[in-house]
Design a protein around this ligand. Structure first.
Ligand SMILES: NC(=O)C1=CN([C@@H]2O[C@H](COP(=O)(O)OP(=O)(O)OC[C@H]3O[C@@H](n4cnc5c(N)ncnc54)[C@H](O)[C@@H]3O)[C@@H](O)[C@H]2O)C=CC1
Ligand SMILES: O=C(CO)COP(=O)(O)O
Length: 308
């Protein structure tokens, strides 16, 4: 592939890792951060691919700044953010697509703990879009012997896999912090996946997407690794810390905390049954202790395994 001009927005842990992957493949990469020396306009000039790794709270603002600048009609927008907008409940790709209705938007998501990627450990991810040629271009930009990139045609499903697993990762951290054992963890993660499918189906995502890298794959990574900030939130709260204390010591963003609020809002309106998310929400709000959250989950009415 010819070298591409790639603009990466957000120089946090994930933006910097993705910039390194593209640069290592010989592409011309420019990294923008709100506190950096280069202007957004300079970074976007001639960009063929614009990738956003901005944390959720900044996506709408950055998308509208980009919208006010000139983009070539063929520019592909890629989003790597794993969150939901609190005001509109939109996913990041929906925000980018609304800002750029005539451009291809690609979602990049998978089991990608940035610390491991920075150490050049092997990993795989998914790029998804309704425009197949766009996801194939992004696949070529990032694929390498240490980063295997798959395409997928269900962008909402891929995006929601990475977003929803953050809440289950908080719950998994609680599970490990309370030393509840391997059986409990397996039950939690499996039932968490069922909950993700239930929410995802409401959003129009395909069930099978959640059994791939961006769903089950990312659940396995973040529910089992102390490198996950979301897992750390749950683990440290199970050790008796408050949410405020936990977040004060956390390196970077734990999107699951805000995602949980948005999901509770959506689930109430749409009457979607999400018991694990509800208990995580109540724990984060200080309404239950980790032990009470566990008891409430275990003592729910007995029911068939599949009811969706
Ligand atoms: N770190 C990781 O392992 C992975 C992170 N992600 C996702 O990528 C996103 C970013 O994560 P990290 O890089 O880890 O977070 P981070 O906290 O290290 O970096 C966040 C970046 O967003 C920027 N930002 C935040 N608000 C902004 C605003 N209003 N305007 C402009 N820029 C703003 C920050 O300046 C920073 O560059 C999150 O949604 C996360 O879930 C996805 C895969 C892996
Ligand atoms: O999404 C991630 C790995 O795929 C990163 O997880 P955390 O945001 O919990 O650190």
């Amino acid at each position: 592939m010819n070298p591409q001009s790639v603009a990466i927005l957000g120089a946090g842990a994930w933006g910097a890792s993705l910039a390194n992957l593209a640069a290592a493949n010989g592409h011309h990469v420019r990294l923008w951060s709100r506190r950096g020396s280069e202007t957004l306009e300079a970074v976007l000039t001639n960009a063929q691919i614009v990738l956003s790794a901005i944390s959720m709270k900044g996506v709408r603002d950055v998308a509208s700044q980009v919208q006010s600048l000139q983009a070539s009609p063929t520019t592909i927008f890629v989003t790597a953010t794993k969150g939901l907008d609190p005001q509109t409940t939109c996913t990041p790709s929906q925000i980018w697509q609304t800002a750029f209705p005539n451009h291809a938007v690609v979602v990049l998501s998978g089991p990608n703990l940035s610390k491991e990627i920075q150490q050049s450990l092997p990993a795989a991810t998914v790029v998804a879009s309704s425009v197949a040629t766009a996801s194939e271009s992004v696949q070529l930009v990032f694929s390498s012997p240490r980063f295997r990139v798959y395409t997928n045609s269900d962008p909402v499903g891929v995006e929601l896999g990475g977003t929803l697993k953050n809440i289950i990762a908080i719950a998994a951290g609680v599970c490990d912090g309370l030393h509840l054992g391997t059986n409990a963890k397996a039950a939690l993660v499996t039932r968490g996946l069922t909950e993700m499918v239930r929410i995802g189906n409401f959003w129009g995502a395909k069930t099978e997407t959640f059994y791939g890298l961006s769903g089950l794959g990312d659940l396995l990574a973040t529910c089992n690794s102390p490198l996950s900030r979301n897992y750390q939130v749950g683990y440290q709260m199970a050790q008796g810390q408050t949410l405020t204390e936990t977040l004060a010591n956390l390196p970077g963003t734990a999107e699951g905390v805000n995602t949980c609020e948005v999901l509770i809002q959506v689930a109430k309106q749409q009457k979607i049954n999400i018991p694990i998310t509800e208990e995580v929400y109540r724990l984060l709000k200080g309404e239950v202790t980790p032990r009470q959250a566990l008891e409430e989950l275990m003592l729910r009415d007995i029911k068939p395994e599949y009811d969706y």
